[in-house]
Design a protein around this ligand. Sequence first.
Ligand SMILES: Nc1nc2c(ncn2[C@@H]2O[C@H](COP(=O)(O)OP(=O)(O)OP(=O)(O)O)[C@@H](O)[C@H]2O)c(=O)[nH]1
Ligand SMILES: [Mg+2]
Length: 473
Amino acid sequence: MSNNGQSDYLKKIHHITDDAKTLLNRAIQNRVCIGITGLSRSGKSTFITSLINQLKQHDANNARLGGFSPWLKKRIVQVKEHPLENRYLPRFDYEQAVESLSGSAPQWPIPTQDISGVLLEIKLADRSWLGRKATKSVFIELRDYPGEWLVDLPLLKMSFRDWCIQVEKQLSRAPRNGFTNNPLTSLMALDPFSAYDDVVINNQRTLYIDFLHSCKKQSPPLTIIQPGRFIEPGAKANHPALQFVPLVACARYSEAELQSADDNSYFKRLETLFESYKSDIVKPFFKEFIEPINRQVVLVDVLNVLHGGEESLQEMMHALEAIGESFEYSGGLFHSRIDKVLYAATKVDQVVSQDHDNVRQLLSSIVRKSLERIKGAQADLRVEAVAAVRSSHAQTQDNEEILKGISTDGDAIGFVNPQIPDHIPSDAEFTPFIDWKLPELKPPKGIRANQDQAIPHIRMDEVLHNLMGDICR
Ligand SMILES: Nc1nc2c(ncn2[C@@H]2O[C@H](COP(=O)(O)OP(=O)(O)OP(=O)(O)O)[C@@H](O)[C@H]2O)c(=O)[nH]1
Ligand SMILES: [Mg+2]
């Protein structure tokens, strides 16, 4: 090859590698992985279903996405689903969820037991080039997972003794000390130094799990339920590392005293299981499932928390702190890559429209307070108030707005709400909310969301703008 030929050849290689780099960059730049979390029943499955539906039904007559620029500019050409690259991640069953929300007897999605994901391609009309029509594709992966699993993050920094002491404190204080099935006394009878007995531990475990279920069944549910997998095990239901209980009597001994216990003692055997819970269940979840996430939605059922009063709010703020901490985590275990977090108050269709902004301001105060101890936080934070499926409609009566909807018993109801404060309420300000009958609604009848209509919503267009407006430019 002549010198000239050689340099042409090298130029060509450079050219090809440059093109490959651009393609690669493009694939990365035009792709985001969005985690959608929230505590149990906060509205995750409904939210994801509505988000996908708003995109897929962008052309519907009733589509309302004015806050999302690509829709206003009619740039959305097609939205299609692709198989997930991670074949261990179960697929989010959009079709089933949208089917159940449609038609004359609509139902909410069924409660979810495990994580799931979905990969969407949004094809957008791009600037035409030399008169030719061009498109660009943006890839959005959505991941649905229980917030309770994030609340396990602080366990990683705790020894078994630390955790036992924490549980002992929780069980002896309000509201947990008021539960008739509070297991504190029976757990206290377990001597950390006695010889391990399988039958005893199985019985104690049944009592402890039964108590955790009661915490979750409260209205609103208590949110610090540890270990998270005891009642929401996902695919790990039979994992041997789940066979431990808190040894609350550990609080009476120092770490050194406990470490001198026999290898077959309750302390040593349960400590080993606690350590495997951390290494075999909690760590892989953060490494494999959370690490690829770049953006995060945290759904908060603020109205239900208000209804639960001061204790409920305090408990939820603890959970939000642990959740917020996991988005800023950077250490040996994993590096969070989350650069945007959107906190969204859900089910805002349960209050009159003039209170929607107060719900958003209230959530802002809650988030500010919950995260104040997290230093050096990097992620960009936003707050919204949304309804994924608007299930009420407004009417004016005597110059006042009232809401109409269908109750879960199938009755047509009309309702108003106590005025929502735009700040964390004082003790006295909680009173009207505790007596408030929070309207649990059925989804609206007759929406053809599975055919040619979009699900009616409140501010889901703002959500789209916040989460993907930048990469859809
Ligand atoms: N009015 C109203 N209610 C809603 C809305 N979204 C959810 N809900 C209510 O909240 C319940 C829980 O919603 P889901 O979407 O199943 O919540 P989730 O967080 O996926 O629940 P789990 O998977 O059980 O943790 C539903 O059954 C509805 O009763 C909404 O936009 N408006
Ligand atoms: Mg769900």
